[in-house]
Design a protein around this ligand. Structure first.
Ligand SMILES: [Zn+2]
Ligand SMILES: [Zn+2]
Length: 186
């Protein structure tokens, strides 16, 4: 499926209770925003930090028609989306999945599922200034297209990492100062 499960998204909601891996300025929420291609749907969120990961699973390749997908987990309570959307819904392993698109231009904006109802899986390429993003981890690399070369030192996972493994990847990124912080508009 291609997403790390469980509580790893909590930092995106500024709810971390362990501050040793959080950079000094990262407890100040920043406002990030993005939109679909036609501009009919926009979103904003207030987050302390944003950890983007790349998923190379076959689902992501097929649904994007591309090599991999860039996701970031955001607390639903911190995320505001405006404009008309519709969702492609499917069930797998008793989990309900929704892939939310702009009703006009069908840009994929985010996913959500019944397993983690408080989490938005943002399609990070829709962020304004997405050129500033750099994944903190690559997952499902066993399905990675062979021509894609990955940066040294970025954690790789053959499939989906455990929450603990993903948490370690976040800590590593923090330690290296690779926390994803596109310029805030706030
Ligand atoms: Zn995937
Ligand atoms: Zn649109």
């Amino acid at each position: 499926m291609g997403f790390p499960s469980a509580a790893v998204g909590q930092r995106n909601g500024c709810m971390a209770n362990s501050s040793e891996h959080i950079r000094a300025d990262s407890n100040i929420p920043m406002s990030l925003s993005g939109s679909c291609d036609c501009g009919a749907v926009t979103y904003t969120m207030k987050v302390c930090s944003l950890q983007v990961y790349a998923c190379h699973c076959l689902n992501c390749q097929t649904r994007s028609g591309c090599t991999f997908a860039e996701h970031a987990m955001v607390h639903a309570s911190a995320f505001v989306c405006e404009g008309e959307v519709e969702a492609y819904c499917r069930e797998a392993n008793d989990i309900h999945f929704e892939e939310v698109v702009c009703r006009n231009c069908y840009t994929r904006l985010f996913n959500r599922n019944s397993l983690l109802p408080g989490t938005i899986f943002l399609r990070a390429g829709t962020l304004f200034e997405s050129e500033r993003l750099e994944p903190i981890a690559h997952i499902w690399v066993k399905r990675k297209q062979r021509w894609v070369l990955l940066a040294d030192g970025v954690p790789l996972f053959a499939e989906s990492p455990t929450p603990e493994e993903f948490g370690a990847a976040i800590a590593l990124a923090d330690a290296r100062g690779k926390d994803q912080r596109p310029q805030s508009s706030a």
